[in-house]
Design a protein around this ligand. Sequence first.
Ligand code: IPM
Ligand code: MN
Length: 352
Amino acid sequence: MKLNIALLAGDGIGPEVIDQAVKVSNAIAKKFNHEIAWTSALTGAAAIDAVGEPYPDETHAVCMAADAVLFGAIGHPRFDNDPTAKVRPEQGLLKMRKALGLYANVRPTFTFPSLIDNSPLKRERIEGTDLIILRELTGGIYFGERGRKDDGNTAFDTCTYTKEEVERLAKLGFEMALQRSKKLCCVDKANVLETSRLWRQTVQAMEKDYPEVTVSYEFVDAVAMRLVQWPSSYDVIITENLFGDILTDEASVISGSMGLMPSSSIGVHTSLFEPIHGSYPQAAGKDIANPLATVLSAAMMFEDAFGLKEEAQAIRDVVNKSLAEGVVTEDLAGKNKAYKTSEVGDWLAANL
Ligand code: IPM
Ligand code: MN
């Protein structure tokens, strides 16, 4: 099979972790007789430096022409400390999500048997956790009108949702639940927010089309608590953009390292695969960042974008093997030898 993949390495550790995913993908392609055509393009601070724009038109054209997009990370500290910056790397990410219609962000959380004790949470709490947070990605407060009032001292951000936006996300949630344990949890703040009441009403109206799925409705504050108390009680969670952003960072703690969790974003035009961690600028260029989340994102890409299940499973298996044999970066090494980012990538590619 010929696979056309757009490669957006982005900022910080992005290029380093992407390199490892490319190594592993190329090795898989060789093993299973596929041909991958990679096309690299600029995003984030790297793109601002080069062309003054975090998601340039050329990059968009590359993504539109590809069958899938593999993405590293975006963000640079020099913008974080400058509230007056006119262009920010993150704007590129949001523009890309909107332009590619990436409306559903799939963020799984699961545990690795060999890493259970790496999590700050007790083993008996997290064992058996296997949940998916389905985050709406192109609406809500991220994309609402925002600004300052004339006095300069009053700021506002607005959150808007339409029934159609909720429906298309919820539909994916119901379908995923059907494939799994048939439990769906809709997370909102319907005791306060009007958009949340629209979410709840819309999902309630869809229940009759999925009689096999048991739906629960929970408030986001309570879920934030229960997610670390009894994560294994959840299966598929659907929620709006900002709540999903916060809950998925929280959920990543369960797995023991932010450097492990992959994600996919399902889009109208194409789909995108990326680690859930950020650009981790402190580690950039040091060859120490954990590449596994990006490698596992590549596995998701093989399975979800190309329907290549066996290839995806081979990648997951070799990742598990590296964890079991301690071929890991410093975030997971503990007192044992820490491998470099590039060494982990080489080992994975060689051991497929
Ligand atoms: C994420 C990130 C982004 C988000 C930032 C970088 C804009 O935190 O992908 O979760 O908030 O969506
Ligand atoms: Mn986030």
